[in-house]
Design a protein around this ligand. Structure first.
Ligand SMILES: [Zn+2]
Ligand SMILES: [Zn+2]
Length: 77
């Protein structure tokens, strides 16, 4: 699974840390954007390199776009 900023292609390292509004710092890609302390789910993730915000899903470069996933779910139902 390749993870990279959709806007600048920066690839987070295992030691990268994001800070939640509760003050906890962790690697958001270890938990799918969920703060392990207060359970807040961050749907958008800020790039530590270019400081721009992108949807957390968009950082996973090997996944199809969210729209494609939704269409597959509806077709299967
Ligand atoms: Zn970036
Ligand atoms: Zn938190």
């Amino acid at each position: 699974m390749r993870i990279a900023c959709p806007q600048c292609e920066w690839e987070p390292t295992a030691s990268a840390r994001w800070t939640c509004r509760c003050g906890h710092a962790w690697n958001t890609f270890d938990t799918g954007g969920k703060c392990p302390k207060c359970q807040t789910v961050w749907r958008d993730t800020q790039c530590l390199a270019c400081t721009r915000w992108s949807k957390h899903h968009d950082w996973y470069r090997d996944l199809p776009p969210v729209d494609a996933l939704l269409e597959e779910t509806e077709a299967a139902a």
